[in-house]
Design a binder for this molecule. Structure first.
Ligand code: GLA
Length: 355
């Protein structure tokens, strides 16, 4: 469809941002730890032009719906257009010297929603990129990621970290994005040529707002308080004193994060040394920890992980915020067609996506 079909004239600005798959490092970002996502081909595109009629008009191709608003008040029932309002709200708050203008917007996206591959961050990052281009604000990419996080955190009210916004704003397709979430230093690392990642959709829709994500967030913040540390990410496994934590459930949640950080650091070394077997092993350990200690998996997801490994994947795990969504598998390129034939007997082609 596109902007021109909706509004009968060309847009002034067109910007896109990609979804991501997190290869390893789950719920470690908001505890000052490490993550390693990579960008996916799925993307969200924003086209916009100034609207002289003094109102905002936003059309979403996915929802086939147009929303019109005059201010940035959030809806009561969590509407998709809140993300756009939130971006305007944060942008105009940040750049108070910029005079408010109204826009016509068209959003198009091929990102499967609520599957743990950060469709919402791609939406916010692409919208802020479009505003940046329109107003020529020269926002640095890291700062743009921070503004996108503000939209989700302060405006929408989701207790997420900064992984998704950082990789969507800075990441490069085809490279791993190793990020230290405490100081936001990152490395872009090439994948060895014989590695291949593949996603399988569990079709369990997951909505961060209604899922147990916020519960896990609070449990980890409680662990930090009881351990008397600012961030769990800074706690070495050898110094992790679980006796200080009052609840056995919180011990398990914290143990996932402390062990996961080690796995991410080791996974980076495996990438650099082309050690595919160890990387696969770390993915499996990560999934077990995410499923057993963090209790963020589901029966269907665990089945996909098991079957993918049985069919020849070297590693597989649930990716993203948890409680359903996509799984990611690591396969040796020369064994890929064999793995695909086998896994395709369990899951149809429409559920399998090559990264
Ligand atoms: C969601 C959040 C991220 C991160 C992951 C879990 O995607 O947006 O910040 O916490 O969950 O690793």
């Amino acid at each position: 469809m596109g902007f021109e079909t909706i509004y009968n004239h060309k847009p002034l600005v067109k910007e896109s941002a990609n979804a991501r798959v997190n290869l390893i490092g789950e719920h470690t970002d908001y505890t000052g730890g490490y993550v390693m996502p990579t960008l996916l081909g799925f993307e969200n595109t924003i086209e916009l032009a100034r609207n002289d009629e003094k109102k905002f008009i936003v059309f979403s191709e996915h929802f086939n719906e147009k929303k019109i608003f005059n201010d940035f008040t959030k809806s009561i029932n969590n509407d998709w257009s809140d993300y756009i309002k939130g971006c305007f709200f944060v942008f105009f708050n940040e750049y108070k010297n910029i005079k408010l203008e109204h826009f016509k917007i068209c959003i198009s996206s091929n990102i499967p929603l609520e599957r743990g591959i950060s469709s919402s961050s791609a939406l916010c990052v692409s919208t802020l990129k479009a505003l940046n281009t329109y107003f020529n604000t020269q926002i640095e990419k890291k700062h743009l990621a921070k503004l996108a996080k503000k939209v989700e955190h302060d405006y929408i009210g989701v207790s997420g970290g900064i992984m998704d916004q950082m990789v969507s704003s800075i990441g490069i397709h085809g490279k791993a994005f190793f990020l230290n979430c405490l100081n936001l230093e990152y490395e872009l690392i090439d994948f060895p040529s014989d590695w291949k990642f593949c996603l399988i959709d569990s079709e369990v829709q997951r909505n961060l707002r209604s899922s147990s994500y916020n519960d896990r967030f609070s449990q980890l913040k409680l662990a930090e308080k009881e351990l008397n540390v600012e961030y769990l990410g800074g706690v070495e496994l050898s110094k992790f004193n679980s006796d200080k934590i009052s609840s056995p459930t919180v011990v398990k949640r914290a143990r996932h994060v402390v062990t996961e950080n080690n796995r991410v650091k080791e996974a980076k070394e495996c990438l650099l040394k082309d050690n595919i077997y160890q990387f696969g092993k770390l993915m499996i350990e990560s999934h077990n920890s995410y499923s057993k200690d963090f209790e963020a998996s589901t029966y269907d997801v665990d089945e996909i992980v098991k079957k993918s490994i049985k069919c020849g994947a070297l590693g597989a795990r649930l990716t993203g915020g948890g409680f359903g969504g996509f799984t990611v598998s690591l396969i040796e390129k020369n064994k890929f067609s064999d793995w695909y034939k086998k896994i395709n007997k369990y899951y149809p082609q429409e559920k399998i996506f090559e990264v």
